[in-house]
Design a protein around this ligand. Structure first.
Ligand SMILES: Nc1nc2c(ncn2[C@@H]2O[C@H](COP(=O)(O)OP(=O)(O)OP(=O)(O)O)[C@@H](O)[C@H]2O)c(=O)[nH]1
Length: 491
């Protein structure tokens, strides 16, 4: 925890954006002079808990709790006896760190108290801090909001930090860290610089016309760069769903005829008894969802009713819901009983679901993995008695044979659906990013220097403004409220 906080504390300061300035002037919580404190490590009993403060009275808070000792040198840990400033009662022997602003996470004076993690110690230190004049308890996300207001983090970095705190799988962590490290923001800045350069060229042309002083081909060069930028933005927009899926989880739906072993597979992949398994066909009647970490990717895994016709009204409703869920799936795990491929329900499922999906190009939308379960029931030579089946995997939920291959195939499909956060350019992770890029592209479609140079320059200005919204330059407080509400108290 300390290392993370301290690494963040060493970030360099950027010029605050217009949005930051509006934040600083508008938000009551950031009124000049306010100093906040909170428990920044998790709630509950633990070895060490980190309590921190941010604001001009941080130094006073440190001196009040550690008197008569002097504060330690900046950014160096020192052991101190903490006492209640009013009663003088000893509270804990703790490590304290002093981060004078602007070289701190928030850009303000900050203190970290690394105390023993018992509830009585934590509440005693919080109570002691509350008794120091000028200090108050922080609101959720307030430390990060202050870091943003002081230009320490861009908006995309704030989003990356929120995602990192909420990351539950390896792939989510990688994507969030890349965004926190500023890769998406840098890409946005690079795009904005391209537009600034093009705008400078167009404006020079407006001012000097065919003047001898102007280099030849200035307008052509600007045009080339704007068109290349359009191509790049379009490519990122095409990929946009992937980054969002990685944040929220890909939908993987297990479907197939009754009794194929769908519930057994869902239980095996989620490693918990989510669904009832029974030899009676038609046991699962509704869609059962469970969030799982599959090969490092976040997945919402759905078990569905077995697809068959001519059943009673309750099961029919289950079949209807299963079909609806299939339409929303990113990946369909189509499951058949390998020992029962000739049954009418297996043939129907193959004809109506598997074959049409298998004929699609994978990048057209949904992805299919055909799995033949109950391979343990096949004759010893293990061959599937149905030539002409689309590519498939063999599995036995009973013995676990074939599970490694299935996980490998799922990983490949999930990386295609969510994007592989370890490689390639940073992905757009929120609808907000998509919106600003689309608005930028719409503005660029009005860029027609051959017909009207003044209008073309205006199109570039509007496009650049939309790009600056990506990293938090100009905008409204509502965006911030939406983003910061993802944070917990103490962050
Ligand atoms: N031999 C064998 N039996 C299996 C295997 N997988 C599941 N079964 C059995 O097949 C039966 C049906 O399994 P379920 O997982 O309930 O199948 P389902 O597809 O969810 O069934 P419905 O809810 O009717 O759609 C149960 O008796 C399971 O124990 C397997 O790999 N091998």
């Amino acid at each position: 925890m300390w290392r993370g906080l301290s690494v963040l504390a060493s970030r360099t300061t950027r010029a605050p954006s217009r949005l930051c300035v509006c934040l600083r002037s508008g938000a009551q919580s950031l009124a000049p002079g306010s100093t906040v404190f909170a428990l920044s490590s998790g709630q509950g009993r633990c070895g060490i808990a980190v309590i921190r403060t941010s604001g001009p009275a941080s130094g006073l808070a440190l001196r009040s709790l550690t008197a008569p000792r002097e504060p330690p040198p900046a950014r160096s840990a020192a052991l101190r006896l903490l006492r209640h400033p009013r009663s003088g009662e000893p509270l804990d022997r703790a490590l304290v760190l002093w981060f004078p602003g602007p070289q701190s996470f928030t850009g303000e004076d900050c203190v970290e108290f690394h105390v023993h993690g018992g509830p009585a110690v934590v509440s005693g230190v919080l109570e002691a801090l509350g008794s120091v004049p000028g200090l108050r308890a922080a609101e959720a996300g307030e430390f990060t909001k202050r870091a943003f207001a002081h230009g320490k983090l861009s908006l995309t970095e704030v989003e990356g930090l929120a995602d990192l705190i909420h990351a539950e799988t390896e792939a989510q962590r990688r994507q969030a860290l890349r965004q926190l490290e500023g890769e998406l923001g840098q890409l946005g800045q690079h795009w904005a610089e391209t537009l600034t350069k093009a705008l400078a060229h167009v404006e020079a042309y407006i001012d000097f016309g065919e003047d001898d002083n102007l280099e030849e081909g200035v307008l052509e060069q600007a045009d080339k760069e704007v068109r290349a930028l359009e191509v790049s933005l379009q490519a990122h927009l095409r990929d946009a769903r992937r980054g969002q899926r990685l944040r929220s989880g890909a939908h993987v739906v297990v479907a197939g005829p009754p009794n194929a072993g769908k519930s057994s597979l869902v239980n095996m992949l989620s490693r918990k008894p989510v669904s009832i398994v029974s030899p009676e066909p038609g046991t699962t009647r509704d869609v059962l969802e469970t969030p799982v970490d599959l090969a490092g990717f976040p997945v919402l895994l759905s078990d569905t009713a077995g697809l068959r016709e001519g059943v009673g009204p309750v099961e029919q409703e289950g079949v209807h819901r299963a079909r609806q869920r299939l339409e929303q799936a990113d990946i369909i795990l189509a499951l058949l009983d390998a020992s029962d491929l000739g049954s009418s329900s297996s043939c129907d499922f193959l004809d109506t679901v598997v074959v049409p999906l298998a004929a699609q190009r994978p990048d057209d939308g949904q992805r299919l993995l055909l799995v033949l379960n109950k391979s343990d029931l096949l004759p010893p030579e293990g061959r599937v008695p149905s030539p002409g089946l689309p590519p498939h995997l063999l599995l036995s939920c009973l013995t676990g044979a074939g599970l490694d291959d299935l996980l490998k195939a799922l990983r490949t499909q999930l990386a295609a659906v969510c994007g592989d956060p370890s490689i390639g350019p940073p992905l757009l992770t929120r609808a907000r990013h998509q919106h600003h890029l689309q608005a930028c592209l719409d503005a660029l479609s009005q860029y027609q220097p051959a017909s009207d140079l003044a209008l073309a320059a205006e199109a570039l200005r509007v496009a650049r403004r939309h790009l600056s919204h990506l990293t938090g330059g100009g905008g409204t407080e509502e965006i911030l409220d939406l983003i910061f509400r993802d944070f917990c108290v103490g962050k």
